[in-house]
Design a protein around this ligand. Sequence first.
Ligand code: KG4
Ligand code: ZN
Length: 374
Amino acid sequence: MARKADEPLVLGIETSCDETGVGIVRGHTLLADAVASSVDEHARFGGVVPEVASRAHLEAMVPTIQRALKEAGVTARDLDGIAVTAGPGLAGALLVGVSAAKAFAYALGKPLYGVNHLASHICVDQLEHGALPEPTMALLVSGGHSSLLLAPDITADVRPLGSTIDDAAGEAFDKVARVLDLGFPGGPVIDRWAREGDPDAIKFPRGLTGPRDPVYDFSFSGLKTAVARWIEARRAAGEEVPVADVAASFQEAVVDVLTRKAVRACKDHGVDHLMIGGGVAANTRLRAMAERRCEDAGITLRVPRPKLCTDNGAMVAALGAEMVARGRNASAWDLSADSSLPVTDPHVPGHDHAHGHDHDHVHELSRKNLYDAG
Ligand code: KG4
Ligand code: ZN
């Protein structure tokens, strides 16, 4: 076991959606988690506007890096590597992070690690609960993704078992919240309303749970439509919509399917650990039901605290640190953002090995400029 000071000190940059995240970790220890969100700028559109997000990342990038370094009490020179989300995500938004990370790493003469956003969502749990067991089963639920992943090695081997065939879980929360006029993002507000409601008040459909349906895939589009129709019918009849009951019953349908399939995947693959990540993992009902069902099945549940579940830079740094610790190849300098980077690629290694590691070419002047600025 390495001494703490020997563990890799890595800065991670995340810009795949609407959060500009810069985190710094040493091994499994979180030192800084600076996040600037443009969520308020998207609220009036009811969803993230890519161009608005890209511009906000540009404006927030340098101050957020500075804030993280200050918070961690380290200087850029101390870093062992720079990690960045290479994908998947919004192309223009990813590009801002990748460009910043490249410039920063090149100028400092540090190795660059382009990593996968989804694998980062899993790896972040090391900052909360220590080393991930191998293999780990992961349920990732956010505004963009709903996936069941089997991860024998978070740095090199992540296997997709199932995913949503239409809307993501978080997207369903956002859309139902819009129908209920509750604003954006919908997850937290539905979560709050649901606490006052009856989860059994309305029996909404559970997607893809029939005997002939794919076992690990999800579908939330039919549920969303069913909720919208139910509300329309009430409104057409001039009746009041029981917001708390609708929220609780909708949430119950989502959470029931997610937890049922996740536990099933663990049992089928003989995995006794389940981690849940992504923005929807902040959901109180999801946490409670997963806790109960995992306990009944003899599965240990790992859910990071809500701030680590939503998009942040610390998760990228956590995966970067794991890459360094396991001696994975750094990315090449021509690393590019890949909006549809497959989940099976936890990181984007350098195709030109020597170039990826050779930092002697780094111009002394650019290093000096950066140090003077920092
Ligand atoms: O991971 P995340 O921050 O961003 C990505 O989509 O990658 O997740 C955001 C999503 C949104 O759809 C939001 O409505 C949902 O997570 N969310 C929640 C809760 N908090 C955030 N959904 C249900 N319950 C919550 N408490
Ligand atoms: Zn995410």
